[in-house]
Design a protein around this ligand. Structure first.
Ligand code: FDA
Length: 305
């Protein structure tokens, strides 16, 4: 049943028509537990509360399925506005972007042009930008764009997904770029041809990636809510005397918030991924796929609606 629900929510997350309808008919159905607001002004209130508790943030303006250059430019302007807010309000925050929202499904040149605009403003304001990793059909293109941008900028990092068989090889090959990586299990529905389907295999590969990347000396963001992964990271850090400035933990806004503060209190850098915007549907469906029990928030939202 759990696997069936997971596949069902991942199918919904990839449906353009429902995504549009959800956007049009508003910010409802329990998404507000995981999404910080409809616009940057609302998100800033949440970020300030998190910063006050000593938690750092990475901010994501939600949006997938961008189909025109105009829509992509609008996303670029929103990202630039977010960077300017971060600096003006003196927030402890970075930015996360999805390349589909920068026009990846239109052309790679458009994405490069859009990302270079963002990175120019990011450099002036000293704000770090992470390229989120999307589904496997965009993986190769995303890595190529990352490599190109990394050779031009120090303010860019990306994500590797442990469920992909090739993740370890890519991690090793990318070390020449001195990358800042966020390491995750992976949130999309991928085929058995490219990805492990079994939790233990994914967990084992994530542990492997964490150890290799930490020992390489490059910055490592361990993005997981899984206690076993967090404990494993602490163990490697301790055994190999990894400096606390070389890694951080990351978790999603609204998920296990008690752990965010606990890790911060133990002295670790803890960064919360804070999404905002009206294009919340795909993001919310992936959170349901990870944990069908989150359906309760959708049901409560429906009841209020
Ligand atoms: P796992 O799924 O095994 O969960 C461990 C425990 O955490 C669960 O038992 C539950 O208690 C809690 N939990 C996990 N998910 C939950 C949820 N949705 N609701 C409530 N509780 C939950 N993926 C990707 O493909 N590309 C990306 O760019 C990113 N970026 C990213 C950034 C950050 C900051 C995080 C934390 C995660 C991502 N991800 C991602 C998502 C990631 O790939 C993965 O799908 C989720 O983090 C869930 O996996 P866990 O490692 O948390 O473990």
């Amino acid at each position: 049943m759990e696997r069936w629900l997971r596949n069902f929510f991942l199918f919904l997350s990839n449906n353009r028509m429902i995504t549009r309808l959800a956007k049009k008919y508003g910010f409802h159905l329990g998404a507000s537990r995981f999404v910080a607001g409809k616009n940057i002004e609302e998100a800033v209130i949440v970020i300030k509360e998190l910063n006050k508790k000593g938690l750092a943030v990475t901010l994501d303006f939600l949006g997938e399925f961008v189909e025109s250059e105009g829509e992509a430019r609008d996303r670029v302007n929103q990202s630039i506005k977010a960077i300017e807010f971060i600096r003006r309000e003196n927030l402890d925050a970075q930015l996360s972007v999805k390349l589909t929202s920068m026009g990846l499904d239109i052309s790679e040149d458009l994405v490069l042009e859009n990302m270079r605009r963002i990175l120019r403003i990011a450099k002036w304001n000293d704000v770090f930008v992470t390229i989120d990793m999307e589904d496997y059909s965009r993986y190769e293109k995303t890595l190529n764009i990352f490599k190109q941008l990394r050779s031009e900028s120090e303010h860019i990092g990306t994500v590797l997904q442990a469920y992909l068989y090739r993740a370890e090889q890519d991690l090793r090959e990318l070390h020449e770029y001195e990358p800042h990586f966020r390491l995750v299990k992976g949130a999309y529905k991928e085929s058995v041809e490219v990805a492990y389907q079994n939790k233990k295999d994914v967990d084992d590969q994530l542990k492997k990636l964490i150890k290799i990347h930490l020992l390489s000396g490059h910055y490592t963001a361990v993005a997981s809510h899984d206690d076993k992964i967090i404990e494993y990271t602490k163990k490697v850090v301790k055994e190999h005397d990894i400096p606390f400035e070389q890694f951080e933990f990351q978790m999603l806004y609204g998920i296990r918030p008690e752990c965010h503060e606990k890790l911060k209190d133990e002295g670790y850098t803890m960064r919360v991924y804070v999404p905002y915007g009206t294009d919340w549907f795909g993001y919310f469906m992936r959170r349901l796929a990870e944990r069908p029990a989150n359906l309760q928030f959708l049901l409560k939202g429906l009841f209020k609606f």
